[in-house]
Each structure stands twice: as structure tokens, then as C-alpha cells.
Design a protein around this ligand. Structure first.
Ligand SMILES: Cc1cc2nc3c(=O)[nH]c(=O)nc-3n(C[C@H](O)[C@H](O)[C@H](O)COP(=O)(O)OP(=O)(O)OC[C@H]3O[C@@H](n4cnc5c(N)ncnc54)[C@H](O)[C@@H]3O)c2cc1C
Length: 219
């Protein structure tokens, strides 16, 4: 097991190597893939170009849905991330690299990233069964254009609509509105199969009491 202090030292070392890598002379003599492989051997969080995240905590939201809290390496570009965006998660299952998209349920500026995954098929079942505290996973940068407008451009009334695990990007937007202390009217309509399947139910009920104009869960 690698210690967190060692991980930080290695992350800074990797940033220095990245800067050195910009030198054309170095690029011409060191094969990129070989350097990348060597870094991964030194520490699994090190990479010249890939976002690697260490799973810091996993919590059960419902019987089939878990939230993974993730600490990214220095390749994560936090600037410009918007509530509602998603990341592409890459895992290796039986020697095959597989990728799936998961919305960020954390909001920009938080120390840890979060994704909330409903168990459905191959990759989500793998994440549920095998990805635990301390595991390391590869991510893309934040992607997608389904985002909140800028704070200054928010309308005075907002309708949030979601169903099932589709609540995840909308929840990130609601958390962002709460962090911005949005004072307009929000109506949040969410559909799910049963009360037990309502992801984020208790947090939503708390937020509803504080700031939602109307909060309704259709079952
Ligand atoms: C932009 C975006 C954001 C997303 N955000 C989230 C999110 O925040 N949280 C989340 O949980 N998901 C999210 N998803 C969905 C996610 O990307 C995956 O599609 C989902 O996790 C299913 O992937 P899987 O590998 O588990 O299932 P897969 O193995 O790809 O299977 C997909 C579905 O097909 C069914 N299936 C597979 N094989 C068979 C078969 N032989 N016969 C019958 N049925 C079969 C599975 O049961 C499953 O329901 C998002 C998708 C997009 C595009």
C-alpha cells in the first residue's frame, strides 16, 4: 500500500517530469509510452497525461447505487468544470479496457470528485464489486454541455427534471445552486420506481426544507 505522503511527493515529481517533457530534445530521445509505463511502475497515480483517481470513500445511496469519492492526480483540470458535466471512467475487466460515462455529483471547487453509479451491467457491476477505498481508476477530463448557466445568467425560476439514475447531473446542479445561495424558485420533479430507489432522498428532503420552491418525487 502506498502512503498518501509518498503519493503527494510522487505527484509533484510527475508534474516536474511533465514540465521537463515539454523540451523537444527530451521528447526525441525518450519514447513517451516507455516513460508513462515507468511512471506507473513508480506509483499508480503517476501519469504524464492521464487523470488517475484514488478512491477515498464509497457510500451506499440505495440497494443498487453507490457514490465513489475520488482524489484526482495533478492531471485533473479543475478550472472550467461545470455542474452537470460527466467523466469517462476506464476500467480493465478480464484484460479488456472498457469505458462508461458517469456524471460528476460533486460540484466544482470541492476537494474530492464524486460519481454515483447504479449497478446495471458489466462496468457498473465491476465498480460496485471491485472498486473500493484505495483503488485507482482512470478518468477523462470533465466533458459535456448539459450544464447550468453562469451564476450571473441564472433565470429567476428553474425546473429540474430527472428519472432513476438520471438524477446525478441534476443533483450536481442543485448542489451548485445551493452553494451559490440561489434565491429564485426551484421546482424539482424526480421519477423513480419506489421510495427505496430514490437516490439522494434524505439530502433532497433536507434541501427541500431549506430552498426548494417545490420538491416532488413521483413513484
Ligand atoms: C453522459 C452520461 C452520463 C451518465 N451518468 C451516469 C451516472 O451518473 N450514473 C449511472 O449509474 N449511470 C450513468 N450513465 C450510464 C453509464 O454510462 C452506463 O451506461 C451504465 O452504468 C451501464 O453500463 P454497464 O457497463 O454497467 O452496463 P452494460 O453492460 O453496458 O449494459 C447496459 C444495459 O444493458 C443490459 N444488458 C447487458 N447485457 C445484456 C444482455 N445480454 N441481455 C439483456 N440485457 C443486457 C444491462 O443490464 C444494462 O441495463 C451515464 C451515461 C451517459 C451517456
Amino acid at each position: 500500500m502506498h502512503s498518501i505522503a509518498a503519493e503527494n511527493v510522487w505527484q509533484h515529481a510527475s508534474a516536474a517530469i511533465c514540465r521537463a517533457w515539454q523540451a523537444p530534445t527530451l521528447q526525441s530521445i525518450v519514447r513517451f509510452g516507455a516513460l508513462e509505463d515507468s511512471l506507473a511502475l513508480l506509483h499508480p497515480m503517476l501519469s504524464l497525461h492521464e487523470v488517475k483517481v484514488r478512491v477515498v470513500q464509497v457510500i451506499e445511496e440505495t440497494a443498487d447505487t453507490k457514490t465513489f469519492f475520488l482524489k484526482p492526480n495533478l492531471q485533473w483540470r479543475a478550472a472550467g468544470v461545470r455542474a452537470g458535466q460527466f467523466v469517462r471512467v476506464r476500467v480493465e475487466i478480464n484484460g479488456r479496457r472498457l469505458e462508461r460515462n458517469y456524471s460528476l455529483t460533486s460540484i466544482p471547487g470541492q476537494r474530492l470528485l464524486a460519481i454515483t453509479v447504479k449497478r446495471q451491467g458489466q462496468v457498473s457491476a465491476f465498480l460496485h464489486q471491485h472498486v473500493k477505498q484505495g483503488s485507482i481508476v482512470t478518468l477523462s477530463q470533465a466533458l459535456g454541455e448539459f450544464v447550468l448557466p453562469d451564476e450571473a445568467a441564472l433565470p429567476s425560476k428553474i425546473l429540474l427534471l430527472s428519472a432513476g439514475s438520471g438524477i446525478t447531473p441534476v443533483m450536481a446542479m442543485l448542489r451548485q445552486l445551493q452553494a451559490w445561495r440561489y434565491r429564485g424558485e426551484i421546482v424539482f420533479l424526480h421519477c423513480c420506481k419506489s421510495a427505496e430507489d430514490w437516490i439522494f432522498a434524505s439530502e433532497l428532503q433536507t434541501i427541500a426544507a431549506q430552498m426548494l420552491w417545490r420538491c416532488s418525487c413521483q413513484i
